[in-house]
Structure formats: structure tokens, C-alpha cells
Design a protein around this ligand. Structure first.
Ligand code: MN3
Length: 229
């Protein structure tokens, strides 16, 4: 088995796509310095999503949580390169879950920040154009879609994400949940992700996570969803 096999793991392919994609605004803005992942700037102030998401949550979530995924991904990635150079396949294999978790955390949060916008800058409301058409084709109407999405979020056990994805084979959109930091890869394109980890809401909503899932729709950036579709 050659070392290149490990270089083309799902997450690596996803990172490569992130560097070359021009279609996906958030992916394109994900920044790398000499192959290293770096924390992207938020396109709004920490407090700009209040009252849906408090400024304190946004600051901790971006500056601390996301930064940790970036740092840990870079560390695992360096270890992977060293193991590849030594032809140490055992170590390479043992690093794959770490690359998936922290690389996934970096990708998911980079996409998530750009899925949000302050309501005074166009956040919230209902999708229009081709997003509206795609959602209505799969879910009937926007309110039914929102109810199903919130039910998917509520059904996540432990930590994870719910996503609106596009099936690249059929062009249809679907709601899918992912555990932990598993990124949307393979035949699906991520359009809209909502972070259901406790760190995304607990400081403000405590155990009332349904209130967070309900309030976040007031700051969804549908323009980003449309660009990704
Ligand atoms: Mn998070």
C-alpha cells in the first residue's frame, strides 16, 4: 500500500477541493498558509447575531473551539507527513480518525460561520430562487422543511450537525445528520449546516436547545446557501 493512498483520504480530498473550489464561497475563503489550516475571520462582529446567538458564545466558539480544531488538525497533519516520509503505515492509519475529527471541525465551522448573517444584513427570512424551488421540491414548503430540520437537530444524540445537502447525482436537496465533526463528503455537497454541539448554545440556552434551533433561523444567510447550490 503506498503512502499516497493516505494522502487521498476523504478529508484530504475535501481540503484539496477547498483550496481549488471557486463555486463555494465559504470553501474558497478557507485559508491555508504553506499547507497549514488557519482560522478564518468572521464576516461580522461577535455580537452581530444577537439575540439569536450571544456575542460571548460566538467569541468562544470561534476564537477557542474553532482555533483548537485548526491547531489539532495542523498537528495531526504534520505527524502524518512525518509518518509518510518514514513509510510508517501503522502510524498513518492511527492518525486518520484525528484528521477526520479536527479537519472536519475546521471545515464544518468555516462553512457554518458563512451560513449565518446578522438580520440587518439579510440574515433570516425565507429562501428565494433556486433554493426555494429545491426545498419545495423535496419538502413541500418552507415551514415543513424547517419543522423537519429542527426535528433532525433535536434527534441528534450527543454531539453532531444537521445539514441541508445536495445529492450530486440527483441534484435533489436533503436533510442529513452527521455525528461529532464528520464532514459532508462523498456524493453530497454541504449547503447549510447547523451546529448541534452543546458549546454552540449552552451558555445562552442551557438545556433549552429547541429554543436555539428555533432562533437560529432568524440569522440564516440564504445567499450563501444559494451560492453553494
Ligand atoms: Mn462548534
Amino acid at each position: 500500500m503506498s503512502a499516497t493512498l493516505f494522502r487521498t483520504s476523504a478529508i484530504a480530498r475535501s481540503a484539496l477541493r477547498a483550496r481549488t473550489s471557486t463555486k463555494t464561497a465559504a470553501m474558497a475563503s478557507m485559508s491555508f498558509v504553506r499547507g497549514k489550516a488557519t482560522l478564518p475571520d468572521l464576516p461580522y462582529d461577535y455580537g452581530a447575531l444577537e439575540p439569536s446567538i450571544s456575542g460571548k458564545i460566538m467569541e468562544l466558539h470561534h476564537k477557542n473551539h474553532h482555533q483548537t480544531y485548526v491547531n489539532s488538525y495542523n498537528a495531526a497533519s504534520e505527524q502524518m507527513q512525518a509518518a509518510e516520509q518514514k513509510g510508517d503505515i501503522q502510524t498513518q492509519t492511527s492518525l486518520l480518525p484525528l484528521i477526520n475529527f479536527h479537519g472536519g471541525g475546521h471545515i464544518n465551522h468555516s462553512l457554518f460561520w458563512e451560513n449565518l448573517a446578522p438580520s440587518k444584513n439579510g440574515g433570516g427570512g425565507e429562501p428565494s430562487g433556486k433554493v426555494k424551488t429545491a426545498i419545495e421540491s423535496s419538502y413541500g414548503d418552507f415551514n415543513s422543511f424547517k419543522t423537519k430540520f429542527n426535528a433532525a437537530l433535536a434527534g441528534i444524540q450527543g454531539s453532531g450537525w444537521a445539514w441541508l445537502v445536495k445529492d450530486n447525482e440527483t441534484g435533489q436537496v436533503h436533510i442529513r445528520t452527521y455525528a461529532n465533526q464528520d464532514p459532508v463528503v462523498g456524493k453530497y455537497t454541504p449547503l447549510l449546516g447547523i451546529d448541534a454541539w452543546e458549546h454552540a448554545y449552552y451558555l445562552q440556552y442551557q438545556n433549552r436547545k429547541a429554543e436555539y434551533f428555533s432562533a437560529i433561523w432568524d440569522v440564516i444567510n440564504w445567499k450563501t446557501v444559494e451560492q453553494r447550490l
